[in-house]
Design a protein around this ligand. Structure first.
Ligand SMILES: C[S@@+](CC[C@H](N)C(=O)[O-])C[C@H]1O[C@@H](n2cnc3c(N)ncnc32)[C@H](O)[C@@H]1O
Length: 270
């Protein structure tokens, strides 16, 4: 969750704010995602407090409206715990932080929730939460792990704890995909595609839900503070297509304070 960046400087102005004759010197700026540095992200997030305020960039009060919007979005996908809806078997939450969404929503609608989060201090208490399965302390760009996860509370020995063949009915990705480059994101979404499976014959088709800020400019924006990009809606559409995913539903999150980036939910299926 972030406040919108103000665009600095005007087109065609030099450092003194005067119009300059420098057209020949103008160079194409680098693609915003090429500025992403994993070590800078990790150092930023290591300094953030392990609480809702830290996860939501100083806007803890939006958590309730955010979770309500997410729950309603899942109901439209046929996933929930009330009559006529399906509680699913296994969900993966990527970039889960302290498990705000896992604890506040996903363990309600899923028997088990596995978590991917690079900052180990964020997930320390999560392992005690009923319904939480494997915890992988790694970036999404490294997932699935090729060796045993650093923490696991899952005693399901029917598949190896590190098995990349573990299947999910739902994969929830929120406010973390800006930490991946475009190439890493497409590769990660392709790996997600490969581990989607239906819960049962009568259950809805498995889905990936992405919930992210949208840039309101016509290009993605790089944020040096946490080394992430805020992508445009058009860019997300293009990357989903490239990953071979079908967009089946998309909605804006309502009820967020003015001045924040618009937040959009995308439901993707194979
Ligand atoms: C804004 S917080 C959001 C946490 C959670 N999704 C939520 O909405 O409460 C961003 C999270 O992304 C994590 N993160 C940073 N780099 C990441 C990466 N390469 N892969 C996965 N998660 C990453 C951070 O550690 C942090 O927990």
């Amino acid at each position: 969750m972030k406040e919108q960046q103000q665009t600095e400087g005007g087109e065609g102005e030099n450092e003194d704010g005067e119009e300059g004759e420098w057209e020949d010197e103008v160079q194409e700026p680098p693609p915003p995602d090429s500025l992403i540095r994993t070590e800078n992200q990790l150092s930023y997030w290591s300094g953030i407090s392990a609480d809702v305020n830290g996860m939501l960039g100083g806007f803890p009060s939006i958590s309730t409206v955010d979770l309500r919007g997410s729950r309603a979005f899942l109901v439209k996908l046929g996933i929930g715990k009330t009559k006529g809806l399906h509680k699913i078997e296994r969900t993966l939450e990527g970039g889960a932080g302290i498990g705000r969404i896992t604890k506040g929503l996903l363990v309600d609608i899923s028997q088990t929730v596995d978590v991917v989060e690079p900052i180990a201090k964020f997930t320390e208490e999560l392992s005690q939460t009923p319904g939480v399965g494997q915890i992988h302390n790694m970036g999404l760009e490294e997932w699935p792990p090729s060796t045993s996860p650093s923490t696991t509370t899952d005693d399901d020995s029917s598949s190896s704890p590190s098995s990349p063949s573990r299947k999910y009915n739902l994969i929830w990705l929120q406010w973390c995909l800006g930490h991946l480059t475009d190439t890493q994101l497409v590769a990660f979404l392709r790996r997600c595609r490969d581990v989607l499976v239906s819960s049962s014959d009568s259950s809805p088709a498995p889905a990936i839900v992405v919930k992210e800020n949208n840039a309101t400019s016509d290009a993605d924006l790089f944020d040096d503070l946490d080394s992430s990009v805020t992508r445009t809606d058009e860019k997300y559409h293009a990357l989903f297509r490239e990953a071979g995913l079908r967009l089946v539903r998309t909605e804006l999150q309502n009820g967020l304070p003015k001045g924040l980036y618009p937040v959009r939910m995308y439901a993707l299926k194979v």
